[in-house]
Design a protein around this ligand. Structure first.
Ligand code: NDP
Ligand code: 2IT
Length: 448
C-alpha cells in the first residue's frame, strides 16, 4: 500500500535506505506507519519533535562474535546480536532467538514489534530483542551450555535488571535461560532478575512457561465474546509445536475447542480426534523429537511433509504459532474458503501483508501478533516485579493478572481503532494504542 502522507512515505524510504536487505524489518515498519497516518494528522507534534524519526531507529545495536567448542573439540564461531530499540517506558525487554535464519534484519523487526507490544501490556517495559544464528537442534546439552556461556560472556556487559532484561524466543527455552543466568551470575556476582523465563527454583515465575499460549487464547476468547461467540465447540488449527503452540493447544482445549493440527518446520499432523497433547509434550519437550513421530501411536492421525499445507485443513479458528511469514495469501485464501471465523497470531508477524489483507477483506476476525501474543512478555514483566519484591505469586494469581492484561489489550486496541475511524481493525488499533503511550513518553522526555 502506498502512503497518502508524504512525510510517512519519505520516512519509509529512509528506513529502506538505511537498512538495506532487511525485508522483515521493512515489512514490520510499513505496517505500523500505515496505521499511524490518522494519528499524525491529528498530532503533528510527533513529527515536529522527531518522535517518528527516532522510533524507527534503534537506540543501540550490539553485534558480537560467539566462539564455542563442540563435543569433538572443534571450534565454531557464531554471531550474536542484541538490539536495544526503545527505552522510553522502561528497561529494554524482549527475547533471544537462536535459529540459523537469524541476522540483523530479523532481530530488528522483532525488536521494533516489541516496542508496541510491550507498551500494550500496560507494564513499564521498553523494547529490545536479541539472538544468534546458532542452531540448538541436534546439539548436546554440553554444547548448548558452552555456547550460552560464550554468548553471555559478551552480552553481560550490556544488560542488567534495570537496563535490559532478555528472555526466551525460538530455540531459547528453560535450558538455555538456565545456562545464560548461571554465566551472568558468575561474571557479575549478582543474583538479580536479569533474565526472565527462569526455572522455578531460581527466580522464575509460575505461569511464565504457559503464558504466551494461554494469553493468546484469552485474547482470542475475548475477541470472540465481543462478537457473541467463543472457543466452545470450535475446530482449531495451530501451527508450530513449540512453547507457544503447545500451551495454546492446552488452553484452547480447556475452553472447549478441539485442536486438530500442529506442525514443525518439516511438516504437519492432522488428528481429527483432537490432538493428544501429552503425546506431543513427550515428543517435543522431553525427547526434543519431530512432530511426525506422533502418528506412530495415533492411527487416525496423518502426517504430511511441508508445513504450509496445514492451512488447507478446515477449521473455525486458526492460530499461527511457528514463525514469521508462515501464512501467505494462498494459506489465507484456503482458510477463508473453508469458512474460518477468526485468526489470531501467536508467532511474531506470521501472516504476510497479503494474508492480513485477505482476512480483513473477507470479514474474518483478525488479532495481530503484537496484541495477541503479548501474554508472554507481560508475564515476564510480572516475573521482574516478583524478583524485585523477592516474593512469588501463586499460579492462580499470575494467571488472573495475565487474563486481565489480555482482556485489556483487546479492548484498548478495539477502542483505539474506533477512535481513529477504523472500527474493527485490530491491527491499526494495536499499533495506535501501543504507539501513543511510547510517543507521549518520548515527547515528555525531550529529544534524546
Ligand atoms: P519454540 O522454539 O519453542 O518453537 C518454535 C516452533 O516453530 C517449532 O515447532 C519450530 O519447528 C517451528 N518453526 C521455527 N522456525 C520455523 C520455520 N522457519 N518454518 C516452520 N516452522 C518453524 O519457539 P516458541 O514457541 O517460543 O516461538 C514460536 C513463535 O512465537 C515465534 O514467532 C516467537 O517469536 C513467538 N513468540 C514467543 C513467545 C514466547 O514466550 N516464547 C512470546 C511471543 C511470541 P522446528 O522444531 O522444526 O524448528
Ligand atoms: O516475542 C516475545 O514477546 C517474546 N519472545 C517474549 C519476550 C519476553 O521478554 O518475555
Amino acid at each position: 500500500m502506498a502512503f497518502k502522507n508524504q512525510y510517512l512515505a519519505d520516512l519509509m524510504e529512509t528506513v529502506k535506505k538505511r537498512n538495506p536487505n532487511e525485508p522483515e524489518f521493512h515489512q514490520a515498519v510499513t505496517e505500523v506507519l500505515e496505521s499511524l497516518e490518522p494519528v499524525i494528522e491529528k498530532h503533528p507534534e510527533y513529527i515536529k519533535m522527531g518522535v517518528l524519526d527516532s522510533i524507527v531507529e534503534p537506540e543501540r545495536i550490539i553485534k558480537f562474535r560467539v566462539p564455542w567448542i563442540d563435543d569433538k573439540g572443534n571450534v565454531h564461531v557464531n554471531r550474536g546480536f542484541r538490539i536495544q530499540f526503545n527505552s522510553a517506558i522502561g528497561p529494554y525487554k524482549g527475547g533471544l532467538r537462536f535459529h540459523p535464519s537469524v541476522y540483523e534484519g530479523i532481530i530488528k523487526f522483532l525488536g521494533f514489534e516489541q516496542i508496541f507490544k510491550n507498551s500494550l501490556t500496560g507494564l513499564p517495559i521498553g523494547g529490545g530483542k536479541g539472538g544468534s544464528d546458532f542452531d540448538p537442534k541436534g546439539k548436546s546439552d554440553m554444547e548448548v551450555m558452552r555456547f550460552c556461556q560464550s554468548f553471555m560472556t559478551e552480552l553481560a556487559k550490556h544488560i542488567g535488571p534495570d537496563t535490559d532484561v532478555p528472555a526466551g524466543d525460538i530455540g531459547v527455552g528453560a535450558r538455555e535461560i538456565g545456562y545464560l543466568f548461571g554465566q551472568y551470575k558468575r561474571l557479575r556476582d549478582e543474583y538479580s532478575g536479569v533474565l526472565t523465563g527462569k526455572g522455578l527454583t531460581y527466580g522464575g515465575s509460575l505461569a511464565r512457561t504457559e503464558a504466551t499460549g494461554y494469553g493468546l487464547c484469552y485474547y482470542t476468547e475475548e475477541m470472540l465474546n465481543d462478537h457473541d461467540d467463543s472457543f466452545k465447540g470450535k475446530t482449531v488449527v495451530i501451527s508450530g509445536s513449540g512453547n507457544v503452540a503447545i500451551f495454546a493447544t492446552q488452553k484452547a482445549t480447556a475452553l472447549g475447542a478441539k485442536v486438530v493440527a500442529l506442525s514443525d518446520s518439516n511438516g504437519y499432523i492432522h488428528d481429527p480426534d483432537g490432538i493428544d497433547l501429552d503425546a506431543v509434550k513427550e515428543i517435543k519437550l522431553v525427547k526434543r523429537g519431530r512432530i511426525k513421530e506422533y502418528v506412530e501411536n495415533h492411527p487416525n492421525a496423518t502426517y504430511t511433509e511441508g508445513c504450509r499445507g496445514i492451512w488447507t485443513i478446515p477449521c473455525d479458528i486458526a492460530l499461527p504459532c511457528a514463525t514469521q511469514n508462515e501464512l501467505d495469501e494462498d494459506g489465507a485464501k484456503a482458510l477463508i474458503a473453508n469458512g474460518v471465523k477468526a485468526v489470531c497470531e501467536g508467532a511474531n508477524m506470521p501472516s504476510t501483508p497479503e494474508a492480513v489483507h485477505a482476512f480483513q477483506s473477507a470479514g474474518v476476525l483478525f488479532g495481530p501478533a503484537k496484541a495477541a501474543n503479548a501474554g508472554g512478555v507481560a508475564t515476564s514483566a510480572l516475573e521482574m516485579s516478583q524478583n524485585s519484591m523477592r516474593y512469588s505469586w501463586t499460579f492462580e494469581e499470575v494467571d488472573a493478572k495475565l487474563h486481565d492484561i489480555m482482556v485489556n489489550i483487546y479492548h484498548n486496541s478495539a477502542k483505539a481503532a474506533k477512535e481513529y475511524g477504523m472500527e474493527g481493525n485490530l491491527v491499526a488499533g494495536a499499533n495506535i494504542a501501543g504507539f501513543l503511550k511510547v510517543a507521549n513518553a518520548m515527547l515528555a522526555q525531550g529529544v534524546c
